[in-house]
Design a protein around this ligand. Structure first.
Ligand SMILES: Nc1ncnc2c1ncn2[C@@H]1O[C@H](COP(=O)(O)OP(=O)(O)OP(=O)(O)O)[C@@H](O)[C@H]1O
Length: 274
């Protein structure tokens, strides 16, 4: 049986300064990783510019690798046709960093939920209004909201935490197998971050979802992930079980990241990070 997701020697090189320029940025360099059949939360951690978002974009099929192989259920993630793209997105959904950018301020949030429900209704089903509302309500229930709470509201009428949870609910409507969450809590109030990250653990358990959790935040990554990958300058410098890696980091960069968290997070007792 093939992996759910596999990246094999994947690199991404951006050319800077136009087509004729020779200046290049190696955003991702020879990265290999995979997700198996078991639901799993894999965190990808690293400082700004280490290539995390580029990996997310490649996994989502938004940008192609310069070299290497990237497959989902054994099929290349390079997608051309509209219907293939939709079939892929049924299974692999993004959660974006900033919910205020994900939602147009002039559009009621329930419209997004209903559109997604219409677009991703089971094949061959033309959902009516009641079906669409039920799909939205069921997705919201997974993240602790109800349709009644968000119906008719504009984005600014919800808190940042509610809006990000609504964005996660939207991603759940197609009943995906994999969520790719790129810095999903960095724009959310610090006091709510853990609650949202905890939802990921719950979704893994309840829905059998796998989640790629991309973050700067070692503390939440430690708490929630099964496995962790630490990246620096486009390369994986360390990977393994989250506790093993963060309790006893081997690479100097991983140690420095951990020390930076311990010195800048007063409420985080060292014991909480091992
Ligand atoms: N479209 C692009 N064109 C040119 N260079 C890019 C592009 N996207 C990313 N880069 C460069 O690739 C490198 C990796 O960027 P990337 O956004 O993947 O890192 P990151 O770890 O996600 O950073 P952050 O945490 O700040 O989002 C950076 O040097 C960035 O400037």
């Amino acid at each position: 049986m093939s992996d759910l997701l596999s990246l094999s020697h994947v690199s991404k090189v951006y050319r800077q300064g136009g087509m004729l320029s020779r200046r290049q940025i190696v955003a991702v360099n020879d990265v290999s990783l995979s997700l198996g059949d078991e639901p799993e939360i894999l965190s990808i951690v690293g400082e700004s510019g280490s290539g995390k978002s580029t990996i997310a974009a490649m996994i989502l099929g938004q940008t192609a690798p310069t070299s290497g192989d990237l497959t989902f259920r054994g099929n290349p993630v390079a997608i051309h046709g509209r219907s293939e793209r939709r079939a892929f997105m049924r299974e692999v959904q993004p959660v974006l960093q900033n919910p205020f950018e994900a939602f147009n301020p002039l559009k009621r949030v329930d419209r997004y939920l209903f559109e997604t429900a219409r677009n991703f209704a089971p094949t061959g089903v033309k959902p009516d209004r009641a079906d669409v509302e039920r799909m939205a309500d069921e997705a919201l229930a997974h993240i602790g909201l109800t349709l009644a709470e968000v119906k008719g509201r504009f984005p600014h009428e919800l808190s940042g935490g509610q809006l990000q949870r609504t964005a996660i609910a939207r991603a759940l409507i197609p009943q995906p197998r994999l969520l790719v969450a790129d810095e999903p809590v960095s724009m959310v109030d610090a006091s709510l971050r853990m609650a949202i990250v905890n939802l990921f653990g719950q979704l893994k358990k309840d829905l059998g979802l796998s989640i790629i959790y991309i973050t700067h935040d070692l503390a939440t990554a430690y708490y929630i992930s099964d496995r962790i990958i630490i990246m620096k300058k486009g390369e994986i410098v360390e990977q393994g079980g989250a506790r093993a890696v963060l309790d006893n980091p081997q690479h100097p960069y991983s140690r420095a990241l951990k020390e930076a968290v311990l010195s800048t997070t007063p409420e985080m007792e060292p014991a909480a990070l091992g």
